[in-house]
Ligand binder design. Structure first.
Ligand SMILES: *[C@@H]1O[C@H](CO)[C@@H](O)[C@H](O)[C@H]1NC(C)=O
Ligand SMILES: *[C@@H]1O[C@H](CO)[C@@H](O)[C@H](O)[C@H]1NC(C)=O
Ligand SMILES: *[C@@H]1O[C@H](CO)[C@@H](O)[C@H](O)[C@H]1NC(C)=O
Ligand SMILES: *[C@@H]1O[C@H](CO)[C@@H](O)[C@H](O)[C@H]1NC(C)=O
Ligand SMILES: *[C@@H]1O[C@H](CO)[C@@H](O)[C@H](O)[C@H]1NC(C)=O
Ligand SMILES: *[C@@H]1O[C@H](CO)[C@@H](O)[C@H](O)[C@H]1NC(C)=O
Length: 554
């Protein structure tokens, strides 16, 4: 009953919006962009959007592709994905030609996607799958034919299942050699056209979600931590996996620099989820706890990549559970990246919880000794609070603590219930605020080189499966054709990129957007600053990731 009502509402909405969008030629004629525009950013700065292989492609057993750990994990019936998987998802494997037309029409300057190792080298190592090679070659060629830069991620939360069966996947150091061989194939086959390579997506969240909490592939954890996993070790595996990802990255970067850089002239990057952390109160305890959170979440990878070793506080608190780098490895690690990719969504408030260090059995969170909360409360928000100052602070921190490396904001975007509406005003507001904040950060000396909206289409999401979505385009899962419909945000972003004035054309919606605080940098900052009044009023509760399972939108 509920579903049929939803369907009805949705079809009515689609109808209304279709008429509205397509019959109103003015929509495309005027442009926005109140108070800043594409022209305010440097010409060489790139704006894009993206997807990842598993979340987008579908066709999981077609043309020789094998299962990856993400297929296996999704097929285990994950409750917070509502038991769904990405066997079909957007069917990008078959529909990518049309999608690239949409990408081009929107005016995207760059597109970020990942290669499925299981599609390219189904046995994990050894022979290359010609069909996989053709698919990615054609994908890249089509982007380039439209003047769109391909930005490629080699690993987005996966590894072929066959390697996980053989030696445990990323928990084994054997993964390093296989990853480098896979990277070699990618550089060799695609590197004549791809200049921007990222080895790992959200290495910090992959290590934690997959091996401490168990909410993402491969879903490993151990009691009392995480979500009732059947296998794993939350106390040691996250550190081991992170170490192997770092070693894999450094070896792949070295290979690229030695073998390909001189002829291909490309760049190698590494990607992290970049939450920003603010102290919950002014107390010394919370301020120190906030620094620990930054060291654990960001320094875990950035200190090795920039300085050659883990932060002192991590070595101290995790003891012999965190692996050590040999002198040789440390040298190789240092400076092994040309750019840093950051996925930024929101800001967390941090409160001291150093009492957790007294526990005998500790995972990453217990070693970190903090608890945190979202601006909206303890639950993983169904929609992120708009706190653009967090992005500015994050970029400023990268400038001051890590020598201002070249940065790409690889993901930024707003979550909404998937079936909500094509009039995604909250997403427009969010993008509007964050792109403005990015401009402020650039003007304040940040070395950011590009920005990608997550995501181009509604995908199979890590948290929420098909219930939650970030897309600029809605994908109608009830329709066999999986038809794509542009949301308001797609028009907004396209018009921004084309330097048009959108506010003249959709008064009702843009009234809302224009009601946002002025984006002049002098006024934006204080309005977005986290004042006590925006903090949760109720007594602070411990926030572990478990909160978002319990409250997951159905
Ligand atoms: C934990 O997992 C076991 C076996 O996989 C299952 O029988 C049990 O019901 C689960 N417990 C909870 C609380 O989910
Ligand atoms: C996890 O690994 C640590 C360190 O190797 C070990 O001491 C501990 O017994 C393991 N715990 C489990 C649950 O296997
Ligand atoms: C934090 O500390 C500063 C300086 O000590 C003080 O001015 C400010 O009011 C404090 N803020 C809060 C929220 O306690
Ligand atoms: C601008 O950069 C300076 C120097 O790094 C820093 O102190 C200041 O807080 C930054 N301002 C903003 C708004 O980020
Ligand atoms: C969204 O709507 C479609 C069409 O009614 C339906 O098939 C699908 O199950 C809905 N998805 C969710 C997550 O509610
Ligand atoms: C955009 O349109 C609005 C509403 O018509 C108008 O007030 C504003 O001046 C326009 N901005 C530019 C830059 O043309």
């Amino acid at each position: 009953m509920l579903n049929s009502v939803r369907l009805l509402v949705l079809s009515l909405l689609l109808l209304v919006i279709e008429n509205y969008v397509y019959d109103d030629a003015r929509f495309f004629v005027y442009g926005v962009v109140d108070e800043y525009g594409r022209d305010d950013f440097p010409d060489e700065f790139v704006f894009g959007s993206g997807t990842s292989a598993y979340q987008f492609e579908g066709a999981v057993l077609e043309d020789g592709r094998s299962f990856s750990i993400w297929d296996t994990f999704a097929h285990s019936g994950v409750p917070w994905n509502n038991g769904e998987n990405a066997d079909i998802t957007c069917d990008g494997y078959h529909k990518y030609k049309e999608d690239i037309e949409l990408i081009a029409d929107m005016g995207l300057e760059a597109y970020r996607f990942s290669i499925s190792w299981s599609r390219l080298i189904p046995n994990g190592r050894g022979s290359v799958n010609i069909k996989g090679l053709q698919f990615y070659n054609d994908f890249i060629n089509r982007l380039i034919a439209h003047g769109i830069q391909p930005h490629v991620t080699l690993n987005h939360f996966d590894i072929p299942q066959i390697l996980a069966n053989e030696y445990g996947g990323w928990i084994s150091r054997k993964s390093v050699k296989d990853f480098v061989a896979y990277a070699d194939v990618c550089f060799r086959e695609f590197g004549d056209r791809v200049l921007h390579w990222t080895t790992f997506n959200e290495a910090n969240i992959f290590s934690l979600g997959g091996y401490d909490y168990g909410f993402s592939p491969p879903g490993r954890c151990s009691s009392p931590f995480g979500f009732n996993c059947s296998k794993g070790n939350s106390t040691s595996e996250p550190y081991l996996v992170a170490h192997n990802l770092l070693l894999s990255h450094a070896s792949a970067a070295r290979l690229y620099r030695q073998k390909y850089k001189a002829s291909q002239h490309g760049f190698i990057g590494f990607n992290l989820l970049g939450f920003w952390f603010e102290p919950y109160t002014n107390t010394t305890k919370d301020v120190k706890a906030t620094q620990r959170a930054r060291d654990f979440y960001l320094g875990w990878f950035l200190n090795p990549l920039v300085n050659g070793d883990y932060p002192e506080i991590m070595k101290k608190n995790a003891g012999n559970r965190i692996p050590t780098f040999t002198k040789f490895e440390s040298q190789r690690m240092k400076g092994s990246f040309d750019f840093l990719g950051l996925n930024h969504y929101t800001t967390l408030y941090v409160k001291d919880n150093s009492i957790s260090l007294e526990m005998d059995t500790r995972d990453f969170d217990a070693d970190m000794g903090v608890t945190y909360t979202f601006g909206t409360g303890n639950e993983f928000p169904a929609q992120f609070p708009v706190a653009p100052l967090g992005l500015q602070s994050l970029l400023n921190y990268m400038k001051e603590e890590y020598g201002n490396p070249p940065i790409y904001i690889h993901e930024n975007g707003q979550a909404q219930p998937r079936n909500a509406t094509l009039m995604d005003t909250p997403r427009v507001e969010y993008l509007h605020a964050y792109i403005g904040a990015l401009l402020d950060a650039l003007r304040n000396g940040s070395n950011t080189r590009g920005y990608f909206v997550w995501s181009f289409l509604d995908l199979f999401e890590v948290i929420g499966g098909y219930a939650s979505a970030y897309g600029l385009y809605y994908v109608d899962m009830a329709d066999k054709e999986l038809t794509r419909y542009p949301k308001l945000s797609a028009h907004w972003y396209a018009n921004f990129l084309k330097g048009k004035n959108l506010s003249a054309t959709i008064p009702n919606i843009m009234n809302h957007v224009r009601a946002l605080p002025s984006v002049a940098s002098s006024t934006r900052l204080p309005l977005c600053r986290m004042t006590p009044s925006t903090r949760p009023a109720s007594p602070f509760k411990t926030c572990k990731w478990s909160y978002f399972m319990k409250s997951d939108p159905k």
